[in-house]
Design a protein around this ligand. Structure first.
Ligand SMILES: Nc1ncnc2c1ncn2[C@@H]1O[C@H](COP(=O)(O)OP(=O)(O)OP(=O)(O)O)[C@@H](O)[C@H]1O
Length: 354
């Protein structure tokens, strides 16, 4: 049950845009495909929807091979960035439309429309036309229309990207709550890492037609496997430093103080996985760096380059020689030009493939 995507590849002429992607999405799971523009997430979603046929590979939905099935035979609902509402129909008629074409009796239709509109907080607008609604209300109507017939699978492509930041935050919580309550298997496409982190049970980070890492939001945030993922997830991004293994188990890095404090398990990992002289990257999240007295044991001397107070936290931009890094701290007394110590707790230092 759920969705199985097996070795799905898509070529448009000479260009391969999806590169043999495989993933099992569990029943009721909220699965997010996250990546930059053009990485193939929409194309992958469209192949699950049946709007695009794979060049090779297969898609199973709830145990059935639907690789070449028409979209309407897949028992899926879809919501996109442009709401796709019928402008001449009222909100009621828009939401009722999928029930009408499935010949659901009129009395059931009314009940289901009112129930779904209630869940999405648009019960008061059923008599209006789409042009009489705000963007957020229109998106709610579009979601109601998708959900009204209790689909098993819900596919969403950047449904919130036309909304302002505050409304996006509200809507992402609402969507997540609603689809979890209804137990619908969901694939959600976005380029917004905050949306992905806050909504997903699992995220697939996509790059150039591949799913480069799949895991829970915190797994991906805490243990990015590659430099690309480390850089992509997190704002401000992870501090990344080139490192090299000159002697097995003894890495050297631009900021040697951080490497010297690496716990032994990380050293073993490095020693086991990488050849001497092999380049890799060390990563440290900005919130894990600590500002300490200059000269404190295990710390590196840094100059404060810029201080960016954000209210709850402060971004402190630092320079250690030519190396730039960012620390996120609570309130920060440091001023531009101050010399501080920067300490990276060993357990927070990550070894990342280039
Ligand atoms: N019908 C098509 N013919 C040729 N190339 C296409 C076609 N559809 C998509 N592409 C190309 O495939 C690549 C992946 O597109 P896709 O829409 O899947 O990316 P995406 O990750 O969803 O990006 P975005 O966030 O911008 O929508 C892009 O380079 C795009 O130009």
């Amino acid at each position: 049950m759920g969705i199985q995507i097996r070795n799905v590849q898509k070529r448009f002429g000479e260009i391969t845009v999806v590169n043999g992607v495989s993933v099992d999405i569990a029943e009721g799971e909220f699965f997010v495909m996250l990546g930059e523009s053009g990485c193939g997430k929409t194309t992958t979603l469209r192949m699950v929807a049946g709007l695009e046929l794979p060049t090779s590979g297969s898609v199973h939905i709830n145990g059935r091979d639907v690789t070449f099935a028409e979209p309407r035979h897949r028992d899926i609902a879809m919501a996109f960035q442009d709401y796709g509402l019928y402008p001449n129909m009222t909100v009621f008629e828009n939401i009722a439309f999928p029930l009408k074409i499935r010949k659901v009796p009129q009395s059931d239709r009314k009940r289901k429309v009112e129930e779904t509109a209630g869940k999405l907080g648009i019960a008061d607008y059923l008599g209006r036309k789409p042009f009489q609604l705000s963007g957020g209300q229109r998106q709610r109507v579009s979601l109601a229309r998708a959900l009204v017939r209790n689909p098993k699978v819900f596919l969403m492509d950047e449904p919130l990207s036309n909304l302002d930041a505050k409304l996006r935050a509200v809507m992402r919580t609402e969507i997540k709550k609603l689809v979890s309550e209804l137990g619908i298997t969901t694939i959600y496409v976005t380029h917004d890492q905050i949306e992905a982190m806050s909504m997903a049970d699992r995220i697939a980070v996509m790059r150039r037609g591949d799913m480069v890492q799949i895991g829970s939001p915190m797994e991906i945030y805490d243990r990015p496997l590659t430099r690309f993922v480390a850089d992509f997830m997190g704002s401000p991004p992870m501090n990344l430093f080139p490192a090299v293994m000159k002697t097995p188990g003894q890495p050297t890095c631009q900021i040697q103080e951080f490497v010297d404090t690496l716990p032994i398990t990380e050293r073993e990992l490095i020693a086991a996985r990488l050849d001497p002289a092999h380049q890799f990257t060390l990563g440290i999240r900005p919130e894990h760096l600590k500002l300490v007295q200059p000269g404190s044991p295990g710390s590196a001397r840094a100059v404060v380059d810029f201080v960016e107070p954000l209210g709850q936290t402060t971004n402190v931009y630092l320079a250690i020689g030519d190396t730039r890094l960012i620390a996120v701290t609570d309130r920060c007394a440091s001023q531009v030009g101050d010399v501080v110590g920067v300490y990276a707790p060993p357990e927070s230092v990550r070894v990342v493939a280039n």
